[in-house]
Design a binder for this molecule. Structure first.
Ligand SMILES: NC(=O)c1ccc[n+]([C@@H]2O[C@H](COP(=O)([O-])OP(=O)(O)OC[C@H]3O[C@@H](n4cnc5c(N)ncnc54)[C@H](O)[C@@H]3O)[C@@H](O)[C@H]2O)c1
Length: 355
């Protein structure tokens, strides 16, 4: 990191040329995490002056870009991940019409929060159904870079990683413009970037933390959908946008207090429905996935063990969701298999919301 490396420079609102810069490091201050609350290093929006982008083709790193020290927002642990396998293109023509609708040959996807967890697993699923290109947007450089490299190595798909904070409207717009410049189009967006605060009583909820969570989960999701939607409309390609909401948008979790997270996910569900109604005329479908409790790094704090027993006990299937349990639903929503579905919120929770 101490040697000058290539970077993409901003010009006239676009990522255009590569110059050589010496990266500067942002100082960070730490704050203790509690329960499922994220490790918060800064309450400020990160306004990038340059968006690092690293491309992989067939597992080969094809460019190096400026790496500004990321503001670590969540523990840099990765979930166990299975090895992605590419779809043999020769197989596609032998599929029945019904099965063929679940494939995405030649399509391009953007996945936010794809550095790990549910986002990464859904990105992996897309590469297994014939997609040509995936752009991962995540705030964590190391995780995003690793995710892109491994996905590309395993499947041969052209995967790019953009380190961008979804709250940064300019950064998001430039990253999405670069995705369109590189791949020519965007067909699928999975908006999975999000954070959770929990075990915080409403009467003592810190105002800045409250605003920050809404800014990431609601405003950030909107900014990415807006940037992608604009291109889908302009290019007249249509597309499928999938918001990762939560069952917390429909029920109140027990026993932990998490009013802000719950409100944020209710907003995500309603935003998804609103965009579905607005953009149906542009052939853009917008749906949300509302998972129940999932066994991701987000929920792996030892301090959550006692609560997790209650969560499992209150789930008819008596387990947490596996990190890849959303994959097939995501593929369905991304593909023509769900051509007549828009504005729907799909609960996938092991039955938790039944009781
Ligand atoms: N894990 C669960 O039990 C659960 C349940 C319901 C819904 N969800 C939702 O699913 C989504 C993914 O959850 P997960 O469990 O995989 O979490 P995770 O923490 O493992 O992954 C989230 C990813 O989003 C990234 N991210 C966070 N803030 C960002 C920002 N401002 N800009 C860009 N990237 C950012 C993180 O770096 C991380 O890679 C979240 O929206 C979460 O609210 C999770």
């Amino acid at each position: 990191m101490s040697t000058p490396i290539n970077m993409l420079a901003r010009s006239a609102g676009r990522l255009v040329t590569r110059r050589v810069f010496t990266p500067t490091f942002r100082p960070t201050t730490s704050r203790a995490a509690f329960m499922t609350a994220q490790v918060v290093r800064s309450l400020e929006v990160i306004h990038e002056t340059h968006i690092p982008v690293t491309g992989y083709s067939g597992g080969e790193r094809i460019q190096e870009c400026l790496q500004v020290m990321p503001e670590i927002m969540v523990p840099t642990v990765a979930d166990h991940q299975s090895i992605a396998r590419p779809l043999n293109p020769a197989l596609i023509e032998h599929l029945t019409p019904t099965m063929a609708k679940f494939t995405l040959p030649g399509k391009i996807a953007v996945v936010t929060g794809g550095g790990r967890g549910l986002g990464l697993n859904m990105a992996q699923a897309l590469t297994e159904v014939g997609i040509s290109g995936v752009a991962i947007l995540d705030v964590q450089q190391e995780l995003g870079d690793k995710a892109a490299r491994e996905l590309s190595e395993q499947t041969g798909v052209d995967v790019r990683f953009y380190r961008v904070d979804v709250r940064d409207g300019n950064g998001v717009r430039e990253a999405i413009q670069d995705v369109v410049d590189h791949y020519g189009r965007i067909d699928v967006l999975i908006n999975a970037a999000g954070i959770a605060d929990s075990n915080i009583k409403a009467e003592t909820y810190d105002h800045e933390m409250f605003r920050r969570l809404l800014d990431i989960n609601v405003t950030g999701s909107f900014l990415v959908a807006q940037a992608v939607g604009k291109h889908m409309i302009k290019l007249k390609t249509g597309g499928s946008i999938i918001f990762i909401a939560s069952m917390s948008g429909s029920i109140v979790n027990y026993p932990q207090e998490q009013s802000c997270y719950n409100a944020s996910k209710a907003a995500v569900i309603q935003m998804s429905k609103s965009l579905a109604a607005e953009w149906a005329r542009h052939n853009i479908r917008v749906n949300s996935i509302s998972p129940g409790y999932m066994d991701t790094a987000l929920n792996r704090a030892p301090t959550l063990d006692a609560q997790k027993r209650i969560w499992v006990d209150n789930t008819p299937q008596k387990r947490l969701g596996a990190v890849d349990d959303l994959n097939n639903l995501a593929v369905y929503l991304a593909s023509d298999g769900s051509a007549f579905m828009t504005g729907n919120d799909c609960l996938i929770d092991g039955g938790y919301t039944l009781w």
